[in-house]
Design a protein around this ligand. Sequence first.
Ligand SMILES: Cc1cc2nc3c(=O)[nH]c(=O)nc-3n(C[C@H](O)[C@H](O)[C@H](O)COP(=O)(O)O)c2cc1C
Length: 324
Amino acid sequence: MKTRITEMFGIEHPIIQGGMHYVGFAEMAAAVSNAGGMGTITGLTLGTPEKLADEIARCKDMTDKPFAVNLTFLPSLTPPDYPGLVAAIIKGGVKVVETAGRNPQQVLPALKDAGIKVIHKCTSVRHSLKAQEIGCDAVSVDGFECGGHPGEDDIPNMILLPRAADELEIPFVASGGMADARSLVASLSMGADGMNMGTRFIATKEAPVHDNVKAAIVAASELDTRLVMRPLRNTERVMTNEAVEELLRIEKEKGADLKFEDIIEKVAGVYPKIMMEGAMDEGAWSCGMVAGLIDDIPTCKELIDRIMSEADALINERLKAMAA
Ligand SMILES: Cc1cc2nc3c(=O)[nH]c(=O)nc-3n(C[C@H](O)[C@H](O)[C@H](O)COP(=O)(O)O)c2cc1C
């Protein structure tokens, strides 16, 4: 399939694996890229420029296809060494950067000078237009369904994607709630040039996480995610578990007086225990409503091949027959 996204990134299929904390290691990124999509290493999980440089080198040992690095800009009292991380990305010869969180303007000049394409993840049309205005090459439009941070507008992709298509000139991929060929064909119909998946890629053989995480996604239905940290305007969609239900109880009890410190132990520093050790009740971990559509653990190649062949059948058989 040829779209503005496959052309821009030099990939075979218009399918991207979004950056994921403690999931987006070299094994994950290389598996997606080797399957013809575009995998992403998550910069902040590595944390330091040296470790990120090593991870980029490891990924290059595993694939000669294009892959991306995610740089997430979070509000922080002790911000990561962003200039150092950008230098590691440039030195490592990475061709694509996925930015997320705050406005990525501070890193754009260095990345653009190095010829790196930048795709910024946005949860609204206004942020997408801002990304276009400051010179991003593409946007990943993340609807309310998404795992992770859906923003505060709560607009699902059935509305957000066509709205983005009406306003944007640069290409965008649909993100949030994407799982299969139906997601891809619907996204293309609504004006996207591809799709970005997070949760679906965790439930794959190559995802370098504990089997308990994959099993939890397969077992979950579309009713099993919760929104946490909404009172702090830092909303995150996570898989429900004991820690999350307790967190929600604290949020309710504190009401408008809620402070980050009240819930910190349920959200900060829990990813290594959950993703690496499989301690599933340790705290809140991002997961999309799309868990309800996931019931197997294929390889990345099996998953992407299946999506592309079923998309072909949807377009050339089901839709064509209806249009005839
Ligand atoms: C476990 C997990 C961790 C994530 N971590 C990050 C992250 O560190 N930075 C980021 O930009 N997005 C992160 N995301 C969001 C994904 O990149 C992607 O936008 C999102 O998962 C899309 O929604 P979906 O899960 O419905 O496919 C994360 C998502 C998940 C499920």
